[in-house]
Design a protein around this ligand. Structure first.
Ligand SMILES: O=C(O)C(=O)C[C@]1(C(=O)O)C=C[C@@H](O)C=C1
Length: 376
């Protein structure tokens, strides 16, 4: 038996706190046990859905159903769980479900720990197999060959603009856009030493240097800057060379055992990249959708205006317009347009067929749920 006579009030208070924490932890354990049981019950139902889908040759991923689940849960949620964490938790649960139905392989523009990898993981969760590729073309090829179910490629950055190579590949490919994902881009300065003092060389991708120019001028004005193919390559180099650092993601710090010397060093905080998930699936309507199109007009005055006119006449909102040279003929262009709505909507179908009759070529690149843009 403990002698409590000499206990100070502080010790008394510590005992009370310990007892109260232990009591609360019992409650937490009980809830965790229930959660575990419920997750396994959910997975049993998911397995049965998977068997029915397999019998009819239906695809495992049902983005429409997943969007409905998120919408329903967000409507029910009264907190303190916030929207971002709710989405993250259920992304992981549904990723585990899909993996149970058929192991999924997702390919992305690598290497690992780049922002494309981060976007892919935040979309598909941690239960799928991720396969990095050297180029955007290789991502398209692997999905076309069927060695991977989905590919993740960048398409647009809020500061630098369109990723032209991705747009060009849609001309040659029959793959569809199955989803979109906005990823906030935030750069950290990583070094093995963990301090600024001994850094003489900084490695990074040219775009990351451009986005952190003011910070570098202020804190590392004398450092030599070395350009690399990706921020992940930069982190790998910095891990091997003394007195060097990399501008890369915090995930890269983890992967290459570097320390974060300074975080969020980008000059503009609202730097976001939009990624596309490409695959062979047609995604059903959710009611909150986007449709991506590409078309070529004839080379005559007013051709673009005439092709877009049906959108305005049908009161369809256009959310993006890009042009790219066709490469077959000088000064002729492909146009890429994103509109609100789904190809299964009567109004969209009818409008697209009118547009098709007004231009030389029109292709629907896919209809998919509209993603929300978050700041992390
Ligand atoms: O409802 C389905 O079709 C399921 O397979 C279940 C489930 C889920 O975990 O809720 C999993 C995968 C699909 O993408 C959608 C939903």
């Amino acid at each position: 038996m403990e002698n409590t006579e000499n206990m100070t009030p502080d010790t008394d208070q510590n005992c009370d706190t310990d007892a109260r924490i232990a009591e609360l932890r019992n409650g937490i354990d009980e809830i965790d046990n229930n959660l575990l049981e419920l997750i396994n019950k959910r997975l049993t139902l998911v397995k049965d859905v998977g068997k029915l889908k397999a019998r009819e040759g239906r695809q495992v991923l049902d983005s429409t159903r997943e969007s409905q689940i998120f919408e329903r849960l967000l409507g029910l949620n009264e907190g303190p769980l916030n929207e971002k964490v709710l989405r993250h938790l259920f992304t992981q649960i549904m990723a585990a479900s899909r993996q149970l139905q058929t192991p999924h392989r997702v390919t992305f523009l690598g290497p690992e720990a780049t922002f494309t990898h981060i976007a892919a993981m935040s979309h598909f969760g941690h239960s799928v197999e991720y396969i990095p590729q050297h180029s955007i073309r290789d991502v398209f090829n692997e999905v076309e060959k069927g060695t991977c179910h989905y590919g993740v490629v960048p398409v647009e950055n809020s500061i630098e603009g369109a990723i032209n190579h991705t747009l060009d590949l849609f001309f040659e490919s029959e793959l569809k856009i199955c989803a979109e994902k906005y990823q906030h881009i935030s750069h950290d300065l990583l070094a093995a030493s963990g301090t600024l003092q001994d850094i003489r060389k900084v490695y990074s991708h040219p775009q990351a240097f451009a986005q952190c120019r003011r910070w570098l001028q202020k804190y590392l004005p004398d450092a030599t800057l070395r350009e690399c193919r990706s921020t992940a390559h930069a982190a790998r180099k910095a891990a091997k060379k003394q007195g060097s650092a990399a501008i890369a993601s915090s995930e890269a710090a983890h992967m290459y055992q570097l320390n974060v010397v300074a975080s969020r060093i980008e000059d503009v905080a609202r730097n976001t990249t939009r990624f596309l998930i490409i695959g062979k699936d047609e995604i059903h309507r959710t009611g909150q959708d986007k449709t991506s199109l590409m078309f070529v007009t004839s080379h005559i005055p007013g051709a673009l205006y005439k092709t877009l006119k049906p959108l305005s006449e049908s009161d369809i909102n256009m959310v993006k317009l890009e042009s790219r040279p066709t490469k077959h003929q000088n000064w002729s262009y492909f146009f890429f347009v994103d509109i609100e709505g789904h190809i299964e909507d009567e109004k969209i179908r009818e409008t697209l067929s009118r547009m098709e009759s007004l231009c030389l070529y029109l292709k629907c690149l896919g209809s998919y749920p509209r993603a929300t843009e978050y700041r992390q």
